[in-house]
Write a protein that binds this ligand. Structure first.
Ligand SMILES: Nc1ncnc2c1ncn2[C@@H]1O[C@H](COP(=O)(O)OP(=O)(O)OP(=O)(O)O)[C@@H](O)[C@H]1O
Length: 211
């Protein structure tokens, strides 16, 4: 089996004096899809934010490519794509402008590729419409277009199925399966009944961690 990209060792997190998880250890290796599951408030978003380096209130160790994550934070950030549970797009900007902004500081991508990615999430014809004029599902699709141009080996995806219709859900599932089959490592939280053969599970809320 490949070396882990990301390892969590004895993670513990408490919020508002409530223990969300402790002794949480797992490894994420290339070519795998892992679902973080648990009831509302069990800490799924918190865990993903901790892994992405966006939340400081935790203890334990996070390793990136075998080293403490802080040793090469730049490599970690460059190689990790995090999509939060909010679409994270700017309402005054168009889908094309948002996608340009999401790629800023990553790598140069020409507009033709971005327009194709938007078309790939069903937004052909909406490239130049301010996002505030799009539906909730269409706004989510703008963020999801980022996945179609992502080359980061690790994806941390929080509730990306929210507000997406049945066809869209199927398309995302297919994309995640393909990505994992191509060697990507994906950690996803969802309340959607995601069914992928060989999928790993990290269960929060009193359950066990079962990679
Ligand atoms: N900014 C915050 N400050 C303090 N506590 C917070 C904050 N954000 C979340 N929490 C608390 O942390 C706990 C876990 O929240 P989190 O959003 O990680 O859960 P979740 O499993 O993702 O839930 P859901 O399924 O509803 O999305 C909740 O009890 C919540 O009240």
């Amino acid at each position: 089996m490949s070396e882990p990209l990301l390892q969590a060792v004895d993670l513990e997190c408490e919020r508002d004096e409530r223990l969300l998880f402790q002794n949480l250890s797992f490894s994420i290796v290339p070519g795998t899809l892992t679902r973080v599951e648990g009831p509302n408030g069990s800490g799924k978003t918190t865990l993903l934010r901790i892994l992405a380096g966006l939340n400081g209130a935790w203890s334990g160790e996070i390793r990136w490519c075998g080293q403490p994550r802080g040793h090469d934070r730049e490599s970690f950030l460059r190689n990790t794509l995090y999509l939060g549970h909010r679409p994270g797009i700017k309402p005054l900007l168009t889908p094309l402008e948002n996608l340009r902004a999401l790629m800023a500081g990553r790598r140069p991508v020409n507009d033709e590729v971005l327009v194709q990615a938007l078309a790939g999430t069903g937004l052909a014809g909406y490239e130049h419409v301010p996002c505030r004029n799009l539906s909730a599902g269409q706004q989510r699709r703008v963020a999801l277009a980022r996945l179609l141009i992502a080359d980061e080996p690790l994806w941390l995806l929080d509730e990306v199925f929210t507000a997406i219709d049945a066809d869209g859900v199927q398309a995302i599932e297919t994309l995640l399966k393909q990505r994992a089959a191509e060697g990507g490592a994906i950690l996803v939280t969802t309340h959607h009944d995601l069914q992928v053969e060989g999928m790993g599970r990290i269960t929060l809320g009193g359950g066990q961690c079962d990679e």
